[in-house]
Each structure stands twice: as C-alpha cells, then as structure tokens.
Design a protein around this ligand. Structure first.
Ligand SMILES: [Zn+2]
Length: 238
C-alpha cells in the first residue's frame, strides 16, 4: 500500500503537468490574439496619421495649382482692361477680376490651415511610429515564443503521457481505478490531498480528526476525504 501511494504521488505530479499543458493549450491562443490586437491597434493609429498627412499634402498641391490658374486668369483679365470699349464689358471684366481675386484669397487662407494640418499629422505620425515600434519590439518576441509553445504543446503532452504509461502498471488496479475515476470527474489535475501535521485536507481545507490523520499516516487502506472525495496521502511537508 505504501508503495502504491508513492507511485500515486508520482502519478499526481505527472497528471498536474499534463493538466498545466492542457490549460496552456486553451489559454495561450487568446493571449497571442490579445498581443496581436495591441500591435494591430498601434499599426492602425500609425497608418491613419500617415494617411491623413498624405491627404493634406495632396490638398496643398491642388490648392497651389488652383492659385496658379487663378493668378494666370487674373493677369489675363487685367490685360483685357486695356482693350475695353463699353461700360458693360468693363463691368463684366471687373466681375471676373473680383472672382479670381476671391479664389486666390480663399486658397491662400485654406493653404495656411492645410499646412498646419500637415504639421499636426506629421507630428502625430511620428509619435505613432515610435509607439508602434515600441509595441512591436515588446510583443513580437512574446508572440513568437507563445506560438512556438502552442505548436509544441501536443508533443510535450505526448512525452508526459509516456511517463504516465510507464508508471500506471506499477499501481494496484483498484487503487488506480479509484484515482482515475476521481481525476476524470475533476477539471483540475489534483486527486491527492497531501495531509501533514497541519491536519487539513489540502484540496478542500477541511480540518481532520486526529484519529483520521493517524489512519492516513498508517496507510493501511485508501482513505478519501468525506468532504471533497480526494485521496488522502501522508506527507511530512508542512
Ligand atoms: Zn477534502
């Protein structure tokens, strides 16, 4: 019986490692997705600022074209003033001149605003690039490491399963059956409750009677916790 309990404790240690790997298999992809999302958000912020800066630069070019054209038209209209014959013509040319001047004036004002916008967006893009680089430097190695871990989990579990297969034939069948039954009912890898002189169940923390503790210590038979159903094993660990 004592030998069986020793093996059970080894089996428990193996099963906890399997449980940890299975837990990681469930949890790690979400962690990777979160880190990836942080990077995507930083990239998006950077790209948006770059895009806005580009759009503003494009508008500035359009405005400059527009002004050149308006200035050419203004020069032409002013030239026509010299060859005017009627009052009506005079009024019409003056109206044209006012229109061209209006375009030049409003383009000038808009240009100033757009130039400010370009400065602002360039500044925003610059700091967004810095933030993105920082987020990337921080997270890319983590993502690579976690992805490698995820990719190897199945083979790690298979390796641990081999240890399990090696140890289970050494345990008396009814004891192993009880252990496996409890293990299958639980969503954590722990089946054994390691009782020490602290006299509590280490799974559910129930305080144990002294005579029960002596029975556990003697280990003449398998004793289960009446509260949580774990298998008691004696340990000298405090
Ligand atoms: Zn218990």
């Amino acid at each position: 019986m004592l030998r069986d309990i020793e093996y059970l404790m080894q089996l428990q240690e193996i099963d906890i490692r399997i449980y940890e790997q299975e837990l990681a298999k469930k949890q790690l992809p979400a962690t990777v997705a979160e880190l990836q999302k942080l990077m995507d958000m930083a990239r998006k912020t950077m790209e948006t600022a770059q895009e806005r800066s580009k759009t503003a630069e494009q508008e500035l070019l359009t405005l400059e074209d527009q002004m050149i054209k308006a200035e050419e038209n203004l020069a032409k209209s002013q030239e026509r003033l010299n060859s005017i014959k009627t009052n009506r013509e005079y009024d019409a040319v003056h109206a044209e001149i006012e229109t061209h001047k209006g375009i030049i004036h409003s383009s000038e004002a808009r240009k100033k605003k757009v130039a400010e916008e370009i400065d602002r967006q360039k500044e925003a893009a610059k700091s967004a690039i810095e933030v993105f680089e920082q987020v990337r430097t921080e997270n890319e190695p983590k993502i690579a490491e976690l992805s490698a871990a995820i990719a190897s989990i199945d083979s790690v579990i298979a390796e641990i399963e081999k240890e399990r297969v090696a140890i289970t034939p050494l345990i008396a069948k009814p004891i192993l059956r009880t252990y496996d039954l409890i293990r299958n009912r639980r969503n954590h890898g722990r089946v054994l409750s390691e009782v020490s002189s602290a006299r509590t169940c280490t799974v559910c923390y129930k305080v144990l009677e002294p005579h029960l503790v002596s029975d556990i210590k003697r280990a003449a038979k398998l004793i289960l916790c009446q509260n949580c159903g774990s298998i008691f094993v004696w340990t000298d660990k405090e």
